[in-house]
Design a protein around this ligand. Sequence first.
Ligand code: ZN
Length: 387
Amino acid sequence: MKFRFPSPDHRLLDAHCHGVLSQDLADAEFESLTAERRLPPGPGWSPMDSPVGLAIRRWCAPVLDLPTHAPAKEYLQRRRELGFAETNRRLIGAASLQAMLVDTGFGDDLATPHELAALAGAPAYEVLRLETVAESLRDEVTATEFPERFEAALDAAGPDVVAFKSVLAYRFGFDIAGEPPTRDVVVGAVREWQRVETRLTDPVILRFIIWTALSRKPFRGKRRPVQLHTGFGDTDLDLHRANPILLTGLIRSAQQVDGAPIVLLHCYPYHREAAYLAAVYPGVHVDIGLAVGHLGASAGNLMREVMELAPFGKLHYSSDAYGLAEFFLVGAMGFRLGLDAILDDWVGGGAVAAGDARAIAERVLSGNSRALYPLRDIEFGADQSPS
Ligand SMILES: [Zn+2]
């Protein structure tokens, strides 16, 4: 009997995303936002001529009333005809989300969590970016005050903040010491930072802010998880220093002190390392957002490799959508279909019973994130449960 999991109807919990741009975009602006890089594409090549470009034409074109696979030029023209407000509303709505966790620490002119919630018809929570908090304190406090003021800033996070996030991978890399730095060393590093440039790249302070986040008290009965960008990103990143396996020392130390959960975001091409870390360390979770959108038709391969080893209770969905509403939909569809294909094979091959496969899918699509993040319970009544 062929297994059919009804995943296209299943509402997803998007555990890491950003705002979308609330303005109409020129073709070049749109195209540059489809690629994870900061350099121009080069002559004769469009970023839409890529796996993610095909995924946009496949999944988003019909939502804008075009045939599936409509050419990129027609797609962009239709997008302009509809205008950004209608385009964003249709595409984010079509992603069929249960809730969103929005990283508000990067980018200008993006829709706020409140505006995203209205577009999605689902609650939006906030992810607080640690480096942004530290940078906002840099010129406000003395070096001696900095450690306590940073702790106080995290403790003052509002009720919508359900996770912290670090971009250590961008600012230094994961080849750092595993233990928390001493207070004196942190104060010395802050003093030096205040003498030079504003951007936070000092490995001692970066370690300090992660350890501070890992050691906060529970909120709504849970520790706020610390999300870490790992694996691929734009050209501001040295990819070989963003392999989460380099964080083994920090992860091991965090387990010993019962720190908050760590969520490894994105992970590609180190998703197998991330799955291994989630398998062996109780406090580590894996979230392959961003990669599922960018890999387009190959998203299923990525998920198959993650699911070789990652425990089913520690795998999460996110889109890492940024700027373009298209990423909410291509991420959601890539993830749903990839999961569906794997479970279909497993049930067909006798590896898992259909009922167990449905239970795994429910957890991976939304249940694991509802269990992990301190969301408000009230918003997940019977009408929002997955079908
Ligand atoms: Zn992100």
